[in-house]
Design a protein around this ligand. Structure first.
Ligand SMILES: [Zn+2]
Length: 254
């Protein structure tokens, strides 16, 4: 019995040490996140449009890789409900926010605006974590330090958040704001979306490459898989296999 009690005491001490270590790690993470948030706020200071960037700063703090959009969907859901708006969230975390027309614009036809909440998550070797995203400003351009920026489609989402917040001052007719999930992995969120939630006859997708450019076309996407059969030959003699890799290039997904 004494042995059992001693073992239990040792186990209790081990659990205590583990919990204490986790708490220290958690504190370190929180401090790191706070520091990056402060630096990001400094990076976008005096940068316009302020409201859009304020919402984008919020998005830099929230993990939102494809298949992990629950947190960002919850934040936008809460933003909508706290502003008294009707919002629907489906099983795939897609959102529809119904934004009534501003005074005097009630007779305009309803328009649907859409953006996707997920982003491509990638980081350079040696970078500890993607979130919070560290912003860098170069003139009029924002980029991220060692990770993807999430500008695709974070800026579209930030624009919709600006409308939802009611602070944009933009006058508009009735709007249906659609925020979808798992776009970057094959438009999976929208495939699960119930289109009968929408009544608009026109939709604008806020996910184009260039600012100020509007593309008119059909919505959708396709995946093509090409398989090529290559003839293989046995080789005689002694050969050494090499694996060739290429890295350190500029570019990548925003
Ligand atoms: Zn996109």
């Amino acid at each position: 019995m004494k042995k059992i009690i001693t073992s239990m005491r040792i186990l209790a001490v081990v659990i205590f040490i583990c919990l204490a270590s986790l708490s220290v790690i958690g504190q370190g993470e929180a401090e790191r996140a706070k520091k990056i948030s402060e630096q990001n706020a400094e990076v976008v200071r005096n940068f316009e449009p302020k409201l859009l960037l304020e919402n984008f700063l919020t998005l830099t703090k929230i993990p939102r890789c494809s298949n992990d959009e629950a947190a960002v969907a919850d934040i936008i859901f809460d933003l909508a409900t706290s502003n008294g708006l009707v919002v629907v969230k489906d099983m795939s975390n897609n959102l529809v926010v119904y934004l009534p027309a501003t005074a005097g614009f009630e007779s305009l036809p309803s328009i649907c605006l859409q953006a996707h909440m997920d982003m491509v998550c990638d980081k350079n070797p040696g970078v500890e974590s993607i979130f919070p995203i560290k912003l860098i400003r170069n003139g009029d351009e924002l980029s991220a330090n060692g990770t993807t920026l999430g500008g695709d489609d974070g800026l579209g989402v930030a624009a919709l958040m600006s409308l939802i917040s009611g602070k944009s001052g933009i006058k508009h007719g009735p709007l249906e704001l659609v925020l979808t999930t798992r776009e970057e992995v094959g438009l999976e969120g929208v495939k699960a979306f119930n289109c009968s939630l929408l009544h608009s006859k026109k939709m604008f997708n806020l996910d184009f490459e260039k600012e100020g450019v509007l593309t008119i076309g059909c919505a959708g996407g396709g995946v093509m898989r090409l398989i090529m059969k290559t003839p293989m030959n046995d080789v005689a003699g002694v050969f050494y296999p090499y694996k060739i890799s290429l890295s350190g290039l500029n570019g990548g997904h925003s």
